[in-house]
Design a protein around this ligand. Structure first.
Ligand code: FES
Ligand code: FES
Length: 163
């Protein structure tokens, strides 16, 4: 298998490594970058756990090869909070609405919501809920995540849990 030098910016830091052509972006981020907030679940594009943001778009990192992301700007869930630790509004909404239990699906969900809202802060509740359909959560029954989506759409994050 051929090896390739791959370079990208991940959460503001340069990541450069040589990897096999078959290495997924998710495995590359975890193994070569140490970004273990990227969770690998099904590894065939179904569960959404591995979702990261590549050049502004939510991407399933198990379906993208690391070599395809050469030169890209990547954000994982670890890169969403501000440098002082202030949570991203999506993270805050998830926290306030008890939208996670084991947390395995959570990095992917927050990246999907963050990518949508960063592109269009007017993204409505229906659009956020539709985006949830790309994520499997075995714990929460989805209600907390739906409440987080509602809070984000209504701009009530920071005011406590959504009814
Ligand atoms: S691990 Fe990528 S979609 Fe499940
Ligand atoms: S919180 Fe456990 S899978 Fe979603």
């Amino acid at each position: 298998m051929s090896e390739h030098k791959v370079e990208m910016t991940v959460n503001g830091a340069r990541l450069c490594a040589t990897t096999e052509a078959r290495t997924s972006l998710g495995d590359f981020l975890r193994s070569d970058g140490g970004w273990t907030g990227v969770h690998m679940g099904c590894e065939h594009g179904v569960c959404g756990a591995c979702t990261v943001i590549v050049d502004g778009a939510a991407v399933r990192s198990c379906l993208m090869l690391a070599v395809q992301a050469d030169g890209a700007t990547v954000t994982t869930a670890e890169g969403l909070a501000a440098p002082d630790g202030t949570l991203h509004p999506v993270q805050q909404a998830m926290r306030e609405n008890h939208a996670l239990q084991c947390g395995f699906c959570t990095p992917g969900v927050v990246c999907t919501f963050a990518a949508l809202l960063d592109r269009n802060e007017q993204t409505n509740e229906a659009e956020l809920v539709k985006a949830m359909s790309g994520h499997i959560c075995r714990c929460t029954g989805y209600q907390g995540i739906r409440k987080a989506a509602k809070a984000l759409a209504e701009g009530t994050v920071g005011q406590g849990a959504t009814a």
